[in-house]
Write a protein of this length. Sequence first.
Length: 402
Amino acid sequence: MSDWRQVSLSDIVTRVTTKNVDGTNENVLTVSAEHGLIPQESFFTKKVASKDTSGYYVVAPGQFVYNKSTSKSAAYGTVARNLSDVPGIVSPLYFVFEAKDGGALPEYLELALNSSQFFGSLAGLLREGARSHGLLNVRLKEFYAATVTLPPPPTQARIVEVTGAIDDQITALDTEAVALAAVLRRRRADLITDGSAEVVKAEHVFDFSTGVRRTPERATGPYMTPYLRSANVGYGKLDLSDVLEMNYDPAERKKFGLQYGDVVVSEGSASANAVGMPAMWRDELPGPVCTQMTLLRLRALEGICIPEFVFHWSMWAYESRAFLDIAGGTNIKHISAKRAKVMAVRLPSLERQREIAADLDAMESALEATRAEAARLRKVRAGLLSGMLDRTIDVESAELEG
């Protein structure tokens, strides 16, 4: 008989319902799919907990928390463990529990509860309509009834060892990426603000344009056209997973259509971190593709600058908060083309612009390669863990390919 078992979560854990009744514990924690159980202020940059935390659950060191919030990397939420040596508190929306003595190694349990096997079991128990607005409406009964693969303790330890070795590599790559990103930002600031270059107004270097306003009348028509909006613009990258369409007539397509090398900048947002966020258009989709009014479009003026310089200048303006400094508005900040046109640009020669772009592009490539390798290892880790849990990969002979 196999010594591997499939058990209900309730067989190996106990629910914890200790409340912060006196309100003295102010260590509010949150569960991040990427970082685990961490102080809320380090994740949100500010405390977003209720003023009255007497109803929050206390999480002792070593105890587990399940967050039902979903994301691209955590379709069924995330389970994390309090790895610190001090208790914290979490929202009552979370489930808190601890491992029973002799049930499972805590390190193994955290892995197993974030596996496709466990979440697949949980998904099979969820009633119709459980998913809503990024939060799974998981009931306690459903969660604790989900099944966990439980091998013998030595095998649990081996799974932890193999997975931990990959985690160490991923952590090293993530640390390297953070360091490279910091060096890149400093280098970009030094090159873009070089005091030897002539200072001119941005309108003499870039051609500015804003897109059209989205209106009900544009929802249909004979010239339905893909367009970019602020939601498509990330930090130096475009997210084209959800590109909408509206009607642009032929003249508007010509006026607002993107060209290779154009830089689109998020013109306004309630979040200061999003104001001025830029990305370059590189003909990722067949044209014409236009822009909505929520974006500024910056285009290199021929003979004066090159598209790569426009991109790196815009990245510097975002990273240095120069875009945010010129933004108007109170609750929602807006840059506006009028304000952006008078921004100061230190304009080197075209030859020097090409040198600057080559320098910074090489650093960008190194950073992206590091991030890509970390992403690859995360996929390797997920596949390896799944294979070890369903026994298609022999745990004892599992090796890291790197």
